[in-house]
Design a protein around this ligand. Sequence first.
Ligand SMILES: [Zn+2]
Ligand SMILES: [Zn+2]
Length: 502
Amino acid sequence: MLLLPLLVTSLLHVALAHDAQGGKCLTDWRHDDFDVVAAPFFDEAQARLSSWSSTDKDSFAGVPVPPLEIRPLAISGPSNNRVDLTFFADGYLQDERDKFFADAARLAEDISGNQTFNTVKPLMNFWAAFTPSKESGVGVGGKPKDTPFGLYRDGTELRGVYYAHPKVAGAACASLGDQCDYPILLGNDPLYGGLGGRFTVITPSLANGALILRHELGHSIIGVGEEYDGGFAYFGPNAYANLSEPVPWARWLTHEKARVERSVMPMQDYAWALLNTSSPWTVTFTSAGMYARHLVRFSVSGMPDASDMRVELDGEDLGQPEAQMCNAEILEFGDEDEFVSKPGHYSLYPTFSQTNKTTYRPTNEDCLMRQVTTPNFCKVCIEGLWLALLQDVSLIDDITMTACSSLSSSSAINPEPKLTTLRLHLVPLAHLRTVPAPPEVTESYSITWSKDGEVLHELANKTEVYVEQGRYAVEVQYKTSEVRVDREGRLGAREEVTVECA
Ligand SMILES: [Zn+2]
Ligand SMILES: [Zn+2]
């Protein structure tokens, strides 16, 4: 721990080793298409901009659809009642087909196997759609290769990956109907890079593919903004701006009485373009000197080895940065009593935008919308995820019924009532999951049958009931510890069915 003296000017100094090259930054993508385009006029509805509406689908009529070989990766139910994520191949040759399916399967597993989208997986389907490319890989220098969607990098930098043929991608997704709610363009390149927005663009980079994917899906599916400092898109259930209004995540607060965790950001800088081996990058900033702790944070890329870089604060060597420098920030915090830094603590944490405007986020570092290297969302974002997915998914997939029949052979004089079996097909949550939810999550389904408005108590919680003719209604209520407030009743569903036995 280093105490910064009262109101002094400090010097942050970053030097590169002789043979290292400061590359452009991965996290730079957040300033590209998605955020720049979307941020200034974002609201919750617009945040869903990568979901396809039927009007989008119509607008690609007449655009030739590339050949698509579809394989299921993880299917939980019918596409008309699921949120479907579909990977499309770009820069994969015919003989790289198996590699595409393997890459897509690994990415789907990475974001849903035992983290990120794990508990909501029964509301989602994952598909892979292969189209062979004539050239392998992703274009560079702003020039796409001969591939269906024409993915390319602007320079040779490892950052944004753009698409030249959005209409083809749109037509491909539209041709799949319900099977493509969120199109993901997977560029065949081992290095990182990506883009958010209407199409999420990623590479199968082992280090970064899944990381970009889940963060961008956070924006597009949940409709949340950033939790990291230095951005400019702060909106949705994980953002709070006006302290005179009720706290949006009041139910998740660790302490009932809300307070702002004490911290400031005395310095932030996007410095990547300046970083080279001949001259170190240095910044001077003023600290109030009133905070017990501080954090120097960088994002760096194109750095083969962390030891290629050295960071000093007021001449003191801070050691090597965690990963890869494109932006640098210094935060100052109060001590643990004034600023709880431990994971799992829910409060009001100040987040400082690009223009140093302050909003608040729920946790210190628990969320992948803040720390892109973290695999999970914070609880506030997870709750938002449930509610967003359940906007498009009904908990009742279907009710089926067998033909009416009598229990035994009935006589003509004294006929037995004919009966039918009603089967309730629910989205496989709670006890119906094929893979159990993690132990820290408690969940349940409750099922209530009624006939002509009268509750049939003996049929409570049954998914299969044997009934005579009449009008039946079934009400389903799902409960999970991951959702504490459900104002719109999205965790409930109701269906009616009429049984007629002639
Ligand atoms: Zn973001
Ligand atoms: Zn979050």
